[in-house]
Design a protein around this ligand. Sequence first.
Ligand code: PLP
Length: 282
Amino acid sequence: MTHIWVNDQLMNRNEAKIDAEDRGYQFGDGVYEVIKVYKGNLFEMEAHINRFYRSADELRIIIPYTKDVLHKMVYDLVEADQLNTGHVYMQVTRGVAERQHYFPDEASATFTAYTQVSDRPVEQFEQGVKTVLYDDIRWLRCDIKSLNLLGAVLAKQAAHEADCAEAILHREDIVTEGSSSNVYGVKNGIVYTHPANNLILKGITRDVVFRCAKEQGIEIVEEAMTVEELLTMDEVFFTSTGAEVSPIIQINDTIIGDGEPGETTRKLQQAFEAKVQESITI
Ligand code: PLP
């Protein structure tokens, strides 16, 4: 939308300038977050802020604001843009310095944040999506939400070219996650998903789904699946800030279950929807 934070200046997007030697631009040396906004309400804001600081900390990037100040900045941005339903994108890089790989002595972080209108993908919630399998060629710190997204970009492009919504990544025969989502299989009513270690991003939506499952009496086991196991699950679904809880009905040429979103997925979608509605307070 029209406003953007560039460091501590809230300005018009067309007035923003980013230096060509910003390390985010040259090295992908930074981290980011995407936060959903439902009817003007930031969803799971505290969790996103905590993960933002954690990602930055892992890369020894210092965010020059307290969490409370950052929260207010994002809130003010949503207000300035009068955003109803959409998302906030925010990132912090190691800053501007003459190009060399090691950390500069002088640079101070560059922070940017802006909003985007985006509808909830309700058709996808209802009908489910088709997906492709793709080799997980990413680095070994996928727990950091870093700007280096080439592994995800190539995977998503493969999905796009196959007319699919998401690429499911695997290291050798172990399923890790989606190119921009977490992936789950359901067998006999039990949900399986990769443990939250260095090979996946611990999704905020994943955390909400874990809470939903607990409340619904649905068991979730953090155990990696093989590709073969995934293909023979009763149900498969994926989660992310944008996709929420979305059913997967096909992986490559394999139809999952009976080709319709399954019962456990439906229950989790309903429980997630209740959390969304609870978050709408203004
Ligand atoms: N895994 C990856 C690789 C992602 O890029 C994302 C989101 O962009 C997720 C998982 C889901 O995270 P979240 O639920 O916090 O959006």
